[in-house]
Write a protein that binds this ligand. Structure first.
Ligand code: ADP
Ligand code: MG
Ligand code: MG
Ligand code: MG
Ligand code: MG
Length: 677
């Protein structure tokens, strides 16, 4: 999101009363923007990351680490440069949920040159340096997914105690004081209050404790009859986590829909690979990832909607929180894999169809719009639906899903974009850069080789749960497509009737949008049309399309011919002209991913668990005490500075040739990796 616009938030009662107003106008705004922008063509590849950080303060004398609630004053300084030179800055800084969090992105998106892959790590390093210069000596900016003792007594600096009885409190948490919510913009506290009020009770995040020899049950604060559950009761436990996201621009809406779909099955896979958060409220848990935590932390569904009571006040049973994995594919090829019943209001769906939106996009938007607004500002209630998109964005931006389909903003040069949102934040810039470059390269391979990763949505959902289990990266298996080369499929794309939904309208009239670069995979085979001819498969037909694979097999390939994601990228790169330094950098990223996927290197989550288990102060009771927390964070500080090499995490040190700018000699050489039409 851009700089958050200021305004006065309405009360929950006022907001609730306007839910239908926001919905109706949001839908109309989407229809209007769609018609303005659906034929937009020729946008080039641009992409950029978002890294979220925690500011940690060390009390060296007492060996305690706390989160430092200084994001607001820090941002004021960080944003000065942007105000002075909005186009020229190398980084942009934005608030996040926590008063101890900041989000950094590159000043401008990276582009379609291969050499851009050599810039991202240097830019991330610059960002870290820029913040570090503004911090006190005993503070550190860290890209950690979760602060291990978030919600423990006195976890903030300055220290605030929670005040659950405060009649004006936003979270009313027993553990997470409102002072830890970013105070500089009303959005965050408003969302906290409204989500709690809509739900009718505090949010309840449940994590199984990791049971060790001396673990005491019941765990402090556990729910009745669930003694082994670590209970977290505030939005801050989830939205106060950090993640790594990336956004890329497609050449047109069709390509955006294809990439949205193709990356969706990769979300749980990348979540497992990047698992980095095994500790919550000072307890080792059975989970390695933040996903379910953040999902529950903003679960505004009522008891009726969650199926605990018969429907009376509410309209639908709703299967998932508004923060969760996607529920449907958007491209015609994806349609046959849409096997999860989608909840939506028939009238909203029909209005979208009447507005000229095709079935797949209409059901996607209608499904997003089952959610009520949970944050509305008085200045934004009345809008011009011909031009404004705030009501659409209101609902869109509070559907926090694994993938986000982003339409071009009004009056901008920005095209259709897709956001990839599952990854956990990693300790080092090297790791974060490696992951971002890997995913962006994968999008190029998908387009060039016309790869197909689609499996039924229900299997993607299953993978999401597997991905979060302790040590899933090494121990779990995931549903994955056996044959990812679309062109080898003998049927399914060219025969069958158009099953495009109720209105029978053909979707995606335009055909192929990907470009050929003459690699062997395309090898003269006839390209399939992207649209309009999708055949319908019964689920039983699809069953032999996928099987269970380990993370190692998915990334590195299998003896039976499954190529593996890393070898696919390597083969693509062979056909590209890449300068030596960029090649060296990318090769280190691929090596790293290969080794983590094979289990030779461990995930951040596994490394953190090991730090606890082997710590001399650890009492085998699942508790991560202040001193253990302090030592882990001190190690993380040393790792990110390059002062400590942890071979199991990163191997014997990584030295990429990442750069701050593209050398002139390479710039002249138009070395384009995305020949978008
Ligand atoms: P949000 O918080 O809404 O997901 P941000 O603005 O924080 O979005 O971050 C979006 C990312 O997209 C940034 O890395 C930015 O550099 C990048 N970006 C900006 N413009 C484009 C564009 N036209 N195409 C692709 N990515 C872009
Ligand atoms: Mg952002
Ligand atoms: Mg955001
Ligand atoms: Mg963010
Ligand atoms: Mg984002």
């Amino acid at each position: 999101m851009g700089l958050l616009s200021e305004g006065s938030p309405l009360s929950w009662e006022e907001t609730k009363a306007l839910a239908q107003h926001v919905r109706e106008h949001g839908i109309q705004q989407f229809i209007n923007l769609y018609h303005r922008l659906k034929d937009r063509q020729g946008d080039v590849l641009k992409w950029g990351d978002e890294v979220e950080y925690v500011i940690v303060k060390f009390d060296e004398q007492n060996r305690v680490a706390r989160v430092s609630l200084k994001a607001q004053s820090l941002l004021a300084k960080l944003n000065e440069k942007e105000m002075a030179d909005p186009q020229g800055v190398k980084s942009l800084w934005r608030p996040e949920y926590g008063a101890y969090m900041i989000e950094g992105t590159p000043g401008k998106p990276f582009g379609g040159l291969m050499a851009h892959f050599n810039l991202v790590e240097a830019n991330m390093r610059y960002r870290r340096q820029e913040v570090t210069e503004l911090l006190d000596k005993d503070e550190c900016v860290m890209s950690i997914t979760n602060f291990p003792r978030l919600g423990c007594p006195e976890f903030t600096h300055p220290i605030y105690n929670p005040n659950p009885e405060d009649p004006n409190g936003s979270a009313k948490s027993l553990y997470f004081p409102d002072e830890a919510i970013f105070p500089g913009h009303p959005r965050f506290k408003t969302l906290t209050r409204n989500i709690r009020m809509r739900r009718g009770e505090k949010v309840a995040i449940k994590l199984k404790v990791f049971k060790d020899e001396n673990t005491k049950l019941p765990v402090e604060g556990s729910p009745v009859n669930e003694p082994d559950v670590v209970l977290l009761d505030a939005m801050g436990f989830g939205m106060g986590c950090c993640c790594l996201q990336l956004t890329f621009q497609a050449c047109n809406i069709t390509e955006a829909r294809t990439l949205y779909d193709q990356l969706a099955p990769l979300c749980p896979i990348m979540l497992a690979l990047t698992a980095a958060s095994p500790i919550y409220r000072g307890y080792l848990t059975e989970s390695d990832c933040r996903w379910n935590v953040i999902s529950s932390s903003v679960d505004c569904r009522t008891q009726e909607e969650r199926g605990l009571k018969p429907l009376k006040e509410n309209k639908f049973r709703i299967a998932k929180s508004r923060y969760d994995s996607i529920d449907s594919y958007l491209s015609p090829e994806g349609d046959q894999y849409n096997d999860v019943p989608l909840t939506y209001d028939q009238q909203v769906y029909e209005n979208l169809l009447d507005g000229g939106i095709d079935h797949l996009l209409a059901q996607h938007v209608a499904h997003l719009f089952i959610r009520d607004t949970v944050s509305l500002f008085s200045e934004k209630v009345h809008q011009n639906d011909e031009e404004d998109t705030d009501h659409f964005e209101n609902i869109q931006s509070t559907n926090w899903q694994t993938m986000r389909f982003k339409p071009p903003p009004p009056n901008s040069s920005i095209g259709w974009r897709v956001e990839f949102r599952p990854c956990e934040a990693q300790i080092s810039d090297f790791e974060n850069a490696a992951l971002v470059c890997f995913v962006v390269l994968l999008t190029r391979v998908i387009l060039s080789y016309q790869l197909n990763f689609l499996i039924p949505i229900s299997k993607v959902d299953e993978n999401m749960q597997r991905a979060q289990k302790r040590d899933a990266c090494r121990k779990e298996k995931f549903w994955f497509r056996k044959n990812v080369r679309k062109t080898q499929k003998t049927n399914g794309y060219t025969n069958g009737s158009a099953a495009n939904g109720a209105n029978g309208a053909a979707v995606h009239q335009n055909g192929s949008v990907v470009t050929t670069n003459g690699t062997e995979a395309n090898n003269g085979e006839a390209k399939m049309q992207i649209g309009g001819t999708n055949g319908y498969h019964h689920n039983s037909d699809l069953e032999d399309e996928y099987e269970l694979m380990s993370i190692g097999e998915i990334f590195n390939g299998k003896a039976d011919g499954f190529p593996g994601l890393v070898p696919l990228i390597r083969s693509y790169l062979q056909s590209m002209e890449v300068d030596t330094d960029t090649h060296c950098t990318i090769e280190q990223y691929l090596r790293f991913i290969e080794r983590r996927a094979s289990g030779e290197l461990v995930t951040t989550a596994t490394w953190m668990r090991e730090q606890v288990l082997k710590h001399p102060d650890y009492k085998k009771d699942s508790i991560v005490s202040d001193s253990i927390n302090y030592d882990i964070l001190k190690k993380i500080e040393a790792i990110q500075k390059g002062n400590l090499i942890e071979p199991t995490l990163l191997g014997q040190g990584n030295h990429t040739k990442t750069k701050d700018f593209i050398p002139m000699a390479i710039q002249k050489h138009l070395n384009v990796c995305c020949e978008s039409i």
